[in-house]
Design a protein around this ligand. Structure first.
Ligand SMILES: NC(=O)c1ccc[n+]([C@@H]2O[C@H](COP(=O)([O-])OP(=O)(O)OC[C@H]3O[C@@H](n4cnc5c(N)ncnc54)[C@H](OP(=O)(O)O)[C@@H]3O)[C@@H](O)[C@H]2O)c1
Length: 295
């Protein structure tokens, strides 16, 4: 074990670790072991989603780890096919069942649906009800742009605690982060080490890797760290929550060994300078309920 994650305070005073394990594309047969390994290494945040189809294995990994339930921060997400008020409440129960948990730490709307706003808003209202009933400790959203956050917030009551968005050195989301700071929303970085630019090679920035950028590898050499550790450290120093995915035990450990060094402000700025302003994931403004087919 290489340290203890720092924690971020959410807008309702709940504390969330600043570093966690993501499990998007973790094959179900490898997910329980990955979660167990991460928890044994000191991770205390696991990020899954109904759409990842591995909630059951996440629950299995939690059990196998022997770590107390109340020491772990578990996030899952509501998929588009379950948007709407009653369907969202049913989907939450189904997720909790698969995870084998009594409550959730964070429930996120996986995507905005600006072209079909009624089910999107109703789904968030269902999340507000789950929060009021004490079934989830915090609620939030994912993939919301500044404009979409405002649209949702104009029609709902609870300010999202978290907005989980694509964020890595090629897409640093400066404007969104500034808005989050003003509204008291924690920014959570998905694809924190740039995974999407690898597995979606035809997207903007596709085929390039932040882990091979000289601005990153030079810092890695300076500190005796890996490129992934430098990039994760960069997230932490920006006050972000990062959720790198790996199913490999040595990388799970590597990605958590980032609490024993610090970048200078100039070095953080040098990594910021890799920003292209281009997202590699789907454009949130154009998402419809059926945009991704059934999951
Ligand atoms: N809300 C959303 O719409 C959304 C979208 C995408 C992702 N996410 C969340 O964010 C998490 C992370 O994002 P991501 O999976 O897209 O990308 P990522 O964490 O940036 O990158 C993951 C990729 O990098 C590899 N990797 C992991 N550690 C490494 C290391 N130390 N050195 C080199 N390669 C390494 C992994 O392979 P191995 O497994 O083989 O190690 C995997 O291919 C997801 O798992 C999910 O929880 C959310």
């Amino acid at each position: 074990m290489s340290g203890t994650s720092t924690v971020l305070k959410l807008n309702n005073s709940v504390e969330m670790p600043a570093l966690g394990l993501g499990v998007y594309q973790s094959p179900p047969e490898e997910t329980a072991a990955a979660v167990e390994t991460a928890l044994r290494d000191g991770y205390r945040l696991i990020d899954t989603a109904a759409a990842y189809r591995n909630e059951e294995q996440v629950g299995e990994g939690l059990k196998r780890s022997g770590v107390d339930r109340d020491e772990v921060f578990v996030t899952t997400k509501l998929w588009l096919s379950d948007y709407g008020y009653d369907s969202a409440l049913r989907a939450f129960d189904a997720s909790l069942d698969r995870l084998g948990l009594e409550y959730l730490d964070l429930y996120l709307l996986h995507q905005p649906v600006p072209l079909e706003p009624e089910p999107w808003v109703a789904a968030y209202k269902a999340a507000e009800k789950l929060l009021a009933d004490g079934r989830v400790r915090a609620i939030g959203v994912s993939n919301h742009t500044p404009g979409l956050l405002r649209t949702l917030m104009d029609r709902t009551d609870v300010v999202p605690a978290v907005n989980q968005v694509e964020l890595h050195p090629y897409f640093i989301q400066r404007e969104l982060r500034e808005l989050h700071d003003r509204l008291g929303i924690v920014t959570q970085s998905w694809s924190p080490i740039g995974g999407i630019t690898q597995y979606w090679p035809h997207a903007p920035n596709g085929g390039r890797s932040v882990l091979q950028e000289p601005a990153v590898t030079e810092l890695a050499a300076k500190y005796g760290k890996t490129a992934a550790q430098v990039v994760l450290r960069w997230h932490l120093q920006h006050g972000l929550c990062a959720i790198p995915k790996s199913v490999k035990a040595h990388r799970i450990a590597e990605n958590f060994a980032v609490f024993d060094f610090a970048l200078t402000p100039e070095e953080v700025a040098a990594v910021d300078a890799l920003d292209t302003g281009l997202r590699s994931g789907p454009d949130p403004e154009t998402i419809r309920l059926d945009s991704f087919g059934r999951r």
